[in-house]
Design a protein around this ligand. Structure first.
Ligand code: MIG
Length: 832
């Protein structure tokens, strides 16, 4: 114990008293700074500390620096500097921003330091150096494992934290399995995993962020390290959870809630929030590998219009290219891309094309030549340009960490945009190569650091997507970009939507896909979707019908299938499923005003669009239960319980506490229990919470029609369930295209419904009027109105059932519909 003489006597006494606490379980040797052979070294006794403007800097045995810096009263960053290692902290995922100053008290106790902000106490034990977080009532939120805390073994760094009996874990991005990540070890290493299963890990995207929920208190940990990381969430042990990286520094952010939404807000404040998407990207999207040639693309698009199945987007997969050369068109299959894209546009279709990073190694091919000349490709450490094999054959890989390379790539993307391409679909950007082993020794520029793929691998897909985003922003500053990516790292939400890769046309995948979307939503990625119908294989008609019903609520609503599979368009499964699909897609289009408002919420707060039941019912233990993880909230008040089992025509649904309106059956259920509802093939069990308000638009064929349609014909439908108490919904609207909303060019309309005694009051109030919208017809549908009204008053006018602005009452459905036109900033409807 060479360092004992160097620290003060009082601390020595304390340290000795505490020595047994950091013995290995059952082992005789106290853990010191001397490493055991082939094992971890652990951080030891605190030698010095120094207060800084944002926290403290500690020196702990053996010569380790630990910096604790507050970002807010409830959030701090911990950075560990190991002796002899100067490691750059990862910047890529973090939004640049100067945090507000944070006031805190530093209390020096004999055995520990206490940093008190008023929101939390951060306690740092001196001997050994261990970090614990307490809430204002003194309850433990999180604490380092007392024995191990922080340690390392060669390049690997790890933090062990105690696990509480009832602690649950959520997040970690794109993962299968239970929404609760406890009991498994999870890896972050972007991987091309076609046909993955419920146990497969890792997948395509890495989000080293999780939420812990302990005794109703929620906190988040974002491990800011892009190397291969491992999260042992109590796997194979009953003592701790740990997070570790194979290289790079131990650098994490601790974000106290106290609830899950607050943690997600804090995490997305750190790593960014999604921009508003173009409205067309929220419509139905049709894809396959591949629609080819051009005539087939047009045939598919036109069939949607003929069959009056709404759709906004068609995708071109790899066959549009000339022998998979990026930024080319196949001369026979797509002889005149401009003409094709123009024809698509004329019938209201946007086109999204796939882009793979691999650039064919071929002298004379313009992209290869430019790339070599401009030093745009990644290299081996000895300077040789790396060549790997993928779709184009032997290929180079752009170094998207270089701004010059992103700009160069972006210039070619801009050419595609000029030809009429509307969106970019980034694939194979894990990066994937045949043989599945992109060499780790290959280096990328990384801001002059020359970092190897051990660090850069998980960032590659995000950097490629950043290139696409930046290009679109530069080239079309007045339009919101649409970028879809497969590989991703934390922070991708600023640049792209993410889909869950090559899933399988199976019932199991329908359900695990819902869980994946929910988990991603909790990880700062609200704009997500699965390949509707399943990518690998061909769904049965019934499976396709049930999947498209889930798709109707998926933030990204895209059907896609593998090369050579049977047709997978909504009309490919017979008339019944065609009708079911049309209905599901129409429902999607009718829900656009609500969905768009939810995207605005995601943009401002990071909140997911699809939410697990516990998001809104944290105190309900069944809201966490695996049995109900295929159910979700679409926004705050609509609970969706999609059918995910073959042959099911009755659906058991868990309804949390409260009163619920079954929107298909017009029946009311008391919650806090399960109910069984009828679920014929065409029905999606949906329940509106008491006080819930849903704003619906018209069933258009594509979102472009919303602009074309004569204002006089526009109708908004407000569904409200005013069974008791109050409900509020604030509708967000803007031009759906530009960034003018950042300048205040949007409209917020507050809809409020209140019921007391025998009367209902409904208020429509424009709260922010920055965007012109011609006045529309409003159909206010009030559910659960048991008796015919004696009087309906619109502002000061008493109206009758016969008036154009009047009402209808349906005694069988207990449904009162009040019709009026939007007018002015404030309208009040009173029903007695
Ligand atoms: O090696 O572009 O996940 O959506 O259709 C397969 C062909 C490459 C994988 C993507 C999938 C896409 C397919 N791609």
């Amino acid at each position: 114990m060479s360092l004992l003489p160097s620290f003060p006597a009082a601390m020595f006494a304390t340290a000795v008293a505490l020595l047994p606490r950091f013995s290995p379980i059952g082992g005789p040797e106290p853990l010191g700074p001397e490493p055991l052979q082939g094992a971890y070294e652990f951080i030891g006794v605190m030698e010095t500390f120094e207060r800084t403007d944002r926290g403290v800097e500690l020196r702990c045995a053996p010569g380790v620096g630990v910096r604790i810096r507050f970002l807010s009263p409830a959030a701090f960053r911990v950075t560990v500097d190991r002796p002899g290692r100067e490691e750059a902290l990862l910047e890529h995922a973090l939004v640049e921003r100067e945090p507000e100053p944070v006031a805190f008290d530093l209390v020096e106790e004999a055995e520990r330091l206490l940093l008190r902000t008023g929101a939390i106490d951060v306690a740092i034990d001196r001997a050994p150096c261990r970090i614990a977080v307490f809430d204002r009532d003194g309850a433990v939120i999180s604490e380092d494992d007392p024995g191990m805390g922080i340690g390392w073994d060669g390049n690997e760094v790890r933090n062990w934290k105690s696990i509480a009996d009832n602690e649950r874990f959520y997040g970690l991005g794109e993962k299968t399995g239970d929404l609760d990540r406890r009991g498994r070890e999870w890896v972050m290493w972007n991987s091309d995993t076609p046909g993955y299963g419920n146990e497969t890990d890792p997948l395509y995207a890495s989000v080293p962020f999780f939420i812990g929920v302990r005794e109703g208190r929620a906190y988040g940990i974002y491990f800011n390290n892009a190397h291969r990381t491992t999260f042992n969430m109590g796997a194979g042990n009953h003592r701790y959870y740990s997070f570790a990286a194979e290289g790079g520094p131990l650098d994490y952010f601790f974000l106290y809630g106290p609830d899950v939404p607050a943690v997600v807000e804090a995490y997305t404040e750190l790593t960014g929030r999604p921009p508003m998407p173009p409205r067309w990207a929220l419509g139905y999207q049709q894809s396959r590998w591949s629609y080819t040639p051009a005539a087939e693309v047009l045939r598919i698009a036109r069939t949607f219009r003929e069959k009056e199945i709404p759709a906004d987007v068609i995708y071109l997969d790899i066959h549009y290219m000339d022998d998979y050369r990026v930024f080319t068109w196949h001369a026979e299959r797509f002889p005149d891309p401009e003409a094709l894209l123009e024809e698509l546009e004329a019938i209201g279709f946007k086109a999204v094309v796939i882009i793979d990073p691999g650039v064919k190694e071929e002298p004379g091919y313009r992209i290869a030549d430019e790339g070599l000349d401009g030093d745009h490709f990644v290299r081996y450490p000895d300077g040789e340009v790396y060549v790997g094999s993928v779709w184009p054959g032997r290929s180079y890989f752009p170094d998207f960490s270089r701004p010059e390379t992103r700009a160069w790539w972006g210039g070619h993307l801009a050419e595609l945009a000029d030809q009429g391409v509307d969106g970019i679909w980034n694939d194979m950007n894990e990066p994937a190569v045949w043989g599945k082993a992109f060499p780790l020794e290959v280096v990328m520029d990384d801001g002059g650091r020359s970092s190897g793929m051990k660090k850069m691998h998980n960032l590659y897909g995000s950097l490629m997507s950043q290139a696409a985003w930046e290009a679109a922003r530069r080239h079309r500053p007045g339009e919101r970009p649409f970028v879809l990516t497969r590989a991703a790292f934390a922070g991708i939400q600023r640049y792209a939507a993410v889909w869950t890769g090559d899933n399988v046309a199976s019932w199991e995948h329908l359900e695990l896909g819902i869980r994946m979307m929910l988990g991603m939503g909790l990880s700062g990625l609200p704009f997500v979707g699965t390949d509707v119908g399943g990518f690998i294989g061909t769904p049965s008609p019934e499976l396709f019908a049930r999947w498209i019903q889930v798709g109707a609520f998926s933030p990204l609503f895209r059907a896609h299938t593998v090369h050579g599979s049977s047709p997978q368009e909504p009309w490919a499964f017979g008339e019944i499923v065609e009708d079911v699909s049309r209905e599901a897609i129409e429902l999607r289009y009718r829900m656009l005003p609500t969905l768009y408002t939810l995207f605005r919420e995601a943009h401002r707060t990071g909140h997911p669009i699809l939410r697990p039941l516990f998001w809104h019912h944290p105190d309900d233990s069944l809201a966490y239960d695996r049995r109900w993880q295929h159910q979700f909230f679409f926004g705050e008040t609509l609970l969706v319980a999609p059918v995910t089992r073959e042959g099911a025509r009755l659906q058991e649904v868990y309804l949390p506490e409260g009163e619920w309106l079954d929107l298909g059956a017009e029946t009311i259920h008391a919650g806090g229990r399960t109910v069984v509802v009828e679920a014929p093939l065409e029905r999606i069990p949906m329940f509106l919470k008491a006080g819930g308000i849903l704003v619906l638009g018209e069933p258009v064929q594509h979102t472009g029609e919303l602009e074309d349609r004569a204002a006089a014909d526009r109708v908004l439908t407000v569904e409200a369930f005013p069974i008791s108490g109050d409900g509020v919904f604030i509708l967000y609207e803007d031009d759906g295209v530009s960034f003018d909303h950042e300048e205040g060019e949007y409209r917020l309309t507050r809809f409020e419904v209140a019921r007391s005694g025998g009367s209902i009051r409904f208020v429509r109030e424009v709260e922010h009027d920055g965007h012109d919208i011609a006045s529309r017809h409003l159909d206010l549908r009030l559910h659960a109105v048991e008796t015919a009204p004696r009087e309906v008053v619109i502002d000061d006018r008493v109206v009758t059932a016969d008036d154009a602005e009047g009402y209808d009452y349906d005694p069988d459905l207990d449904l009162l519909t009040v019709r009026f036109r939007e007018a002015g900033a404030l309208q009040v409807i009173t029903i007695r």
